[in-house]
Design a protein around this ligand. Sequence first.
Ligand code: NAP
Length: 476
Amino acid sequence: MTTLNEIIDVPRSIDECFNYLLDFSRCQEWDPGVLSARRLQSGPCKEGSRFAVECALPVGSIKLDYSLDRVIPNELLVLTGRSAFFEVLDTIRLKKLGKNQTRIDYTAAFTYNGAASAVTSRMAAAFPSAMDEMGRKALQGLKEALEDNFPAPKQSFRSSLGDKLVLPGMAQFSKLGYKTSRQQFTPLTADLRERHMVITGASSGIGLAAAEELARRGAKLTLVMRNEAKANKVVKQLISDSGNQHIRVELADLSLLAETEALAKRLKRRKEPIDVLVNNAGALFDKQRNTAEGYDESLALLLLSPFTLTTRLLPLLKKSASARVINVVSGGMYTQKLDVAKLYDPNPSGFSGSVAYAQAKRALMIATQEWAHEWQDTNIKVNAMHPGWADTPGVESALPEFYSLMKKGLRTPEQGADTIVWLAAATEAGLVSGELFLDRIPRDPYLVPGTRETEDERDRLLAALQGLHVSGAVAA
Ligand SMILES: NC(=O)c1ccc[n+]([C@@H]2O[C@H](COP(=O)([O-])OP(=O)(O)OC[C@H]3O[C@@H](n4cnc5c(N)ncnc54)[C@H](OP(=O)(O)O)[C@@H]3O)[C@@H](O)[C@H]2O)c1
């Protein structure tokens, strides 16, 4: 048997430490020896929960099947990891040292089994310092994770160059880009249990994946969807998968500004502060269509609606201790220079759904920058993100040729949603405003020469958006 023991003191409440450690799949965030970890069943983590963990070895890797054997809230967690060659018994004891100070005493006891037992135990005995080093690194990782003191994200020379070169830039949108960026991700340990988050378009694709992860992390969610039957099904599933009971639905067709206004009014009547607003709902339309209110549908859904919802919800965002607005844009906007005339009249001589979509996303990016400037002395941070290319029902139906060509390279919806989750949850994400993110890294919003708008064009956009309210086109 080999036994490793490490003790760390961290500046977090015992409840937050326990809550983070209870979901053992998070070990991939803090243990550098873990290649992947996932929960094997849905629902809240409790005694009997199981986790599949893959750990790196000096050569290759090994798969462990972990079970959570004993749970005493805010005191003890005992897990057993079983592999072909050894078993490891992890005993994690927590002790409150102060209101925001906790001691974590972590013991891992390895026993070697089967035919390989003699060889494996001899190897472990021959490399005791390597085993100790492994344990030390893991607990150092856990300490840093719980200290949660990561710097504000910055664009690196590599990511900036990658963005500017066309091929690597496009490759970054694929799942390969996500996998490369992921190597630099830092742990997400912020406690979300008292954070109220509103997510639009949560019934499918990226919005649903963001809602799933934020529900698992304990956030209080208000999910905006337009189809009642679908919404009820989604919420039932989310509650059963996450064990999080704090999930509710608001129904609204966000291509209609009257419904967007009514939604904002209902939320305001609830008086609950909003900590995070995710403007995610969207679609790329193949035909031009005006809504019953007379707006082009792309313009209404992708720009006027998030603009209206955000400005109307400002009082609730201001009530939060620190609020975040996340606007989901698209890499498609890189192809377009803002053209307000085109944006407001997409059918002068032929309609292109992709152009209408990209113009609206470009305009939402500009609104993001303007809001960041306007709110710089407030508690609200606002950023945009683009998900890369993700395999969602929206992409499959709107871009069938692109979808079949790119299918193998597309990200999963979870990978596409990762930056939304990070912007909503990470402590360090609360230090930046007015940026465009891909894979948790700020990116240049202009990559194609000649696509930067003039100051006049920017002013025209802001006047048009503000006119929307001033003219009363949207009822107050
Ligand atoms: N997937 C990608 O590769 C990609 C790339 C760049 C940007 N994006 C952006 O990511 C966001 C999510 O897209 P997705 O790919 O996840 O597409 P998706 O699977 O089609 O999801 C879109 C969501 O928006 C909702 N929605 C659409 N029209 C609505 C309306 N009028 N009122 C209320 N909700 C409405 C949909 O509701 P229903 O279920 O009722 O239709 C759904 O929940 C969009 O803003 C999109 O532009 C995606």
